[in-house]
Design a protein around this ligand. Structure first.
Ligand SMILES: NC(=O)c1ccc[n+]([C@@H]2O[C@H](COP(=O)([O-])OP(=O)(O)OC[C@H]3O[C@@H](n4cnc5c(N)ncnc54)[C@H](OP(=O)(O)O)[C@@H]3O)[C@@H](O)[C@H]2O)c1
Length: 326
């Protein structure tokens, strides 16, 4: 089978290569999935650069890239209840490959007609749900989202609109192709056109209330400015670090706003699906399978086309989520 693999830690464009590997052998509790689609995510690049904590570490030789995707069950181990032919999504390892052996407990069964471009980024559908819930922002209140053009933020904005939460989306540059109708953000702040401070702008768009929560994917000095725009008792969730820069705060920026700062780790990054997740997952599936639930797609690529897929993801992530199709 074809797989996109790496044999040393490094920059994805430099270390990934296409190889022929044997189809994996499954154990009694595993499933062999024939991949249909696998998304290319910032986190996949963190894994290749060995930036994730234990146990999410590459194992050499022949570590396959990719941590998320969807496919059809080809074969099941003798203790597995799922049936061959079922359409499943999962977050595990090795998804940039024609076949993957996955412990059955990591699989999320989907309706057969669930759109592939959504199934292949199950990580974003679930993370967005958890982030919005964990933010504690309530109906009628304001949530600030950074990397507003990201796949994740566009999903969060749509969940927020359904929950009556107002979103101020902070982007580097407006993307005309993402009209307000698609982004579902209540307000968008374009950093490249910002005059004055981000705090002043947020205070203006929220009518002086400030935001009740921040989901931050970027960091850097912009985050320090953003933190100064929170209402008393707000929460900041640190979810990503697209900026290379650090930020500086004074203790009073946190103390006088009673700000909670919390990290978010995707629930299936280290752990399998729990039975207590089933209701949440069926809510997510029901909402996101609707044709008017929008995901911004940059392109579908064959594994052979991995160089341009990876390059485009790194250089122009705002053009939409890219994924491999098999
Ligand atoms: N903690 C977790 O468990 C978890 C789970 C899922 C995703 N994430 C994080 O969520 C973020 C979004 O993921 P995604 O899959 O939605 O990404 P994506 O679709 O590739 O989008 C990335 C976006 O980042 C924005 N951006 C801001 N500053 C940037 C910079 N310096 N370089 C490149 N892009 C920059 C761009 O939007 P603008 O044009 O609006 O600036 C771009 O559209 C990432 O940081 C990812 O690591 C974390």
């Amino acid at each position: 089978m074809k797989a996109l693999i790496f044999d040393k830690i490094g920059i994805p464009q430099q270390v990934l290569y296409l190889a022929e590997l044997p189809i994996p052998v499954i154990g009694d509790n595993d499933v062999l999935v024939r991949m249909v689609g696998a998304s290319i995510n910032p986190g996949d690049f963190l894994f290749i650069q060995n930036l994730y904590p234990e146990p999410k570490k590459p194992v050499f030789p022949h570590q396959v890239g990719g941590g998320h995707g969807a496919g059809t069950i080809e074969k099941v181990g003798k203790n597995v209840m799922l049936k061959p032919g079922a359409f499943v999504a999962f977050s595990y390892y090795n998804t940039w490959s024609e076949y993957v052996a996955v412990p059955a407990e990591y699989l999320i069964e989907l309706p057969k007609d669930f759109p592939l471009e959504k199934a292949a980024q199950i990580n974003n559908l679930v993370s967005a749900w958890d982030l919005l819930t964990d933010s504690g922002v309530e109906k009628g209140q304001w949530l600030a989202l950074t990397a507003g053009n990201s796949s994740l933020s566009l999903i969060i904005s749509q969940y927020a609109a359904q929950r009556g939460i107002k979103v101020v989306s902070i982007v580097r540059k407006q993307r005309p192709e993402l009209g307000a109708q698609l982004t579902k953000a209540t307000e968008t702040i374009e950093l490249s056109k910002l005059e004055g401070s981000l705090k002043d702008k947020i205070m203006a768009v929220t009518g002086g209330w400030g935001v009740n929560g921040i989901i931050d994917n970027v960091g850097g000095p912009q985050l320090a400015d953003l933190i100064k725009s929170v209402a008393f008792g707000s929460k900041l969730i640190v979810n990503g670090g697209m900026s290379r820069e650090k930020f500086e705060l004074h203790n009073f920026d946190i103390l006088m706003t009673n700000l909670t700062i919390q990290a978010h780790i995707y629930r299936y990054l280290f752990a399998p699906v729990q039975s207590s997740d089933f209701t949440m997952l069926s809510d997510i599936i029901e909402i996101t399978k609707q044709p008017d639930f929008y995901v911004h797609i940059g392109g579908k690529h064959q594994l052979e086309d991995f160089r341009s897929a990876v390059e485009a993801t790194i250089q122009n992530p705002e053009k939409g989520k890219r994924f491999f199709v098999f």
